[in-house]
Design a protein around this ligand. Structure first.
Ligand SMILES: *Cc1c(COP(=O)(O)O)cnc(C)c1O
Length: 351
């Protein structure tokens, strides 16, 4: 292997699924595999989760739902499409037996098959207004209603008052739909309290190793590992600059290793000041991040050679630490990983 490689550990995924199942108590875990399984491959991810017992899945786009239906072959999963009944979607939703998550009264009136309803309880992004629950319930009589759901905006902050406010509004909505299954929690919501879990929880990021509070959580294992070989090792004198525009200047003699991965592989350029790689379990702080190369500080590391493989994301460089270095969330770090790094799956469920 002479280039960056993305290893996807489906046994770690199964472990995280079991952790979420235990945390969710009686609630079912319905994995969210939108954006091609957070960039890790919705097909292999969903097939393994099916083998672990998952039966309901969420995607965002219609095209993701169609691709997931094909990837799950004869498995009779329920696939919810969060975008709902978008323009021209009806025949395609029906053909792929997808369940749209309807987010307006107009969509409820226009659809007749199996559906979920998404209510807005305070995030103000998408959903039927909570105040229209009775009207929606009346219109939904012609649907095969599988689920009533909403989404929390501040669940990663357990003490945020909006959590309780959204819960209360969702409880009110739910009263208009007796006997229909309900869902409010994503990864973070599962860990708020029992009251937030309802019948079905929709975790995404924690399945893939992200902590529900957006900080590392050692109950979850890293699913994605990105590593890359060293292309060159270089000694710098104090005053030597590295990279475009002399982005970094050494303030002392240093040894750097230049890795065959860069922002074109999905490591955000903005991580350069705080990011780090790991070589044999030892941290190597980033020096610069460019398109195809990342230079890291290996001063005092002892023997470091061309061809040695360095971890950029995984069990030693945790997803939430990489996200913090890039001033972003784990979701963005994962979905930026792309096809340039070769992919290897561990623990794959075939066909
Ligand atoms: C993306 C998404 C989720 C999953 O969120 P995570 O933070 O990744 O667990 C759940 N529900 C909805 C509506 C979403 O858009």
């Amino acid at each position: 292997m002479t280039a960056a490689r993305l290893t996807i550990d489906l046994d770690a995924l199964a472990h995280n699924h079991a952790v979420l199942r235990a945390a969710a108590g009686a609630a079912e875990i319905a994995p969210v595999v939108k954006a091609d399984g957070y960039g890790l491959g919705a097909g292999p991810i969903a097939r393994r989760l099916w083998a672990e017992g998952a039966r309901d899945f969420f995607v965002a786009r219609l095209s993701e739902g169609e691709a997931l239906r094909a990837a799950l072959a004869e498995r009779e999963a329920t696939i919810f499409v969060l975008d709902g009944l978008t323009q021209g979607a009806a025949p395609r939703l029906a053909a792929a037996r997808l369940t749209p998550v309807l987010s307006s009264l107009a969509q409820v009136e226009a659809w007749t098959g199996p559906a979920a309803l998404h209510f807005d309880t305070g995030m103000n992004r998408i959903g039927i207004d909570a105040g229209q629950a009775d009207e929606a319930a009346r219109l939904a009589r012609s649907l095969d209603l599988a689920l009533v759901m909403s989404h929390l905006s501040c669940a990663a902050e357990p003490d945020h008052p909006r959590n309780a406010a959204q819960l209360e509004r969702f409880e009110t909505v739910r009263r208009a739909f007796p006997g229909v299954r309900a869902s409010l929690a994503a990864s973070a919501g599962i860990f708020l309290s029992e009251a937030y879990r309802f019948d079905l929880a929709r975790p995404g990021i924690s399945l893939f190793g992200g902590g529900p509070r957006e900080v590392p959580d050692d109950r979850f294992r890293a699913v994605a590992r990105l590593d890359a070989p060293i292309l060159q090792v270089r000694d710098l004198k104090a005053g030597d600059s590295v990279g475009y525009g002399g982005m970094f200047t050494a303030d002392r003699p240093m040894r750097i290793a230049v890795l065959a991965a860069g922002y074109a592989d999905g490591i955000l350029r903005g991580t350069h000041a705080r990011g780090f790689a790991s070589i044999g379990g030892r941290r190597a702080p980033y020096v610069i991040v460019s398109m195809d190369m990342i230079a890291v500080d290996v001063s005092g590391h002892g023997a470091v050679a061309v061809g040695d493989r360095v971890e950029l994301l995984g069990a030693e460089v945790l997803l939430d630490d990489l996200a913090a270095a890039g001033n972003t969330v784990a979701h963005e770090c994962l979905t930026r990983l792309n096809a340039r790094a070769g992919r290897v799956y561990r623990g794959e469920t075939l066909t």
